[in-house]
Design a protein around this ligand. Structure first.
Ligand code: FMN
Length: 279
């Protein structure tokens, strides 16, 4: 039987994220078991930028719960990732996990390419900020096959389902998970399906999900993005991600070669300021 992993980035039990994940699972027509992770219950340390996980055993040396999560990702056939909006972004626990993402390379072949849907919950309409971009970025950076991603509004626990339309939206995501994709919505990046952009010049934009630049025009009253793949791709293919891994590994030699010059730059700032330390 297939296993779906629901990752819930909310601390609130039976909150909107949790019931949405469970409702989406109920709406998946294929028989499956649902495994659940409530991320705030897990000890996820901050990445220390040591890059140990890129070499040899490709494991993070920190003694926390990261490997339990990686094992759950490996075991899963499909993912439902849900995060609440906290101050315009997704709950930081999702980013904290993603910040450890270099450790995912060690299991890349067993994590990449799984079908997934994203759920972003916000309490107030139009106050979701960049939270959906956080959820989509998480899915893209683990090279999931995103089958749908939706924003739901509701503040109180359970409030999302006071609105029947949200049941329909959840059903759509459930049907899409192993079925026909409900992603991307329109208008969106033609390369990755992202729907967040930064203006970088007249008519020029950059997709914030895949990082590629391009143009935005109006055609027959519709917004059309023409985004082109630039150098140093990371999320559009497994090959691109592997090239990125090799580039990261090559940083070690670059660092050794440039160590003296880099030290000369940084050491000049050594004595500035007074550090306030945690008590
Ligand atoms: C600290 C905090 C910050 C929040 N910030 C936002 C926000 O910026 N925008 C918004 O629309 N909702 C915000 N909310 C509301 C939550 O996104 C909302 O209650 C959501 O339903 C929580 O999902 P949950 O029930 O799964 O925990 C915030 C809630 C908390 C606790």
């Amino acid at each position: 039987m297939k296993r779906i992993l629901g990752i819930i980035a909310s601390p609130r039990r039976l909150g909107n994220c949790e019931i949405l994940v469970k409702e989406i699972s109920r709406q998946v027509p294929e028989p499956h078991a649902l495994d659940l992770i409530r991320l705030p219950e897990f000890r996820i340390n901050t990445c220390k930028a040591c890059y140990t996980c890129l070499f040899a055993e490709m494991r993070c040396p920190q003694p926390d719960d990261l490997n339990t999560i990686i094992e759950a990702l490996v075991r899963a056939d499909a993912l439902i990732v849900a995060a609440p909006t906290y101050f315009l972004g997704a709950h930081s626990v999702l980013k904290r996990l993603l910040d450890r993402g270099l450790s995912f390379y060690g299991s890349a072949d067993r994590i990449w390419g799984k079908p997934a849907v994203g759920v972003t919950v916000a309490g107030i309409e139009h106050r979701e900020g960049y939270a959906k971009l956080n959820v989509d970025s998480f899915l893209k950076l683990i090279l999931a096959e995103i089958k749908g991603s939706e924003i739901f509004f509701g503040a109180l626990p359970g409030e999302v389902f006071l609105n029947e339309d949200n049941k329909q939206k959840a059903a759509g995501l459930g049907a899409a998970l192993f079925g026909n994709s409900a992603w991307p919505g329109q208008p969106c990046c033609n390369l990755c399906g992202g729907d967040s952009f930064r203006f970088i010049g007249p008519g020029r934009v950059k997709c914030l999900l895949c990082g590629n630049p391009g143009s935005v025009t109006m055609e027959d009253g519709k917004t059309v993005f023409q985004i082109n793949s630039a150098d140093h791709e990371m999320v559009l293919s497994q090959e691109a991600a592997r090239v990125h891994l090799e580039w990261l590994r090559s940083m070690k030699d670059r660092f050794i070669q440039n160590r003296k010059a880099l030290k000369q730059i940084t050491v000049q700032y050594l004595k500035d300021g007074t550090w306030i330390r945690p008590t």
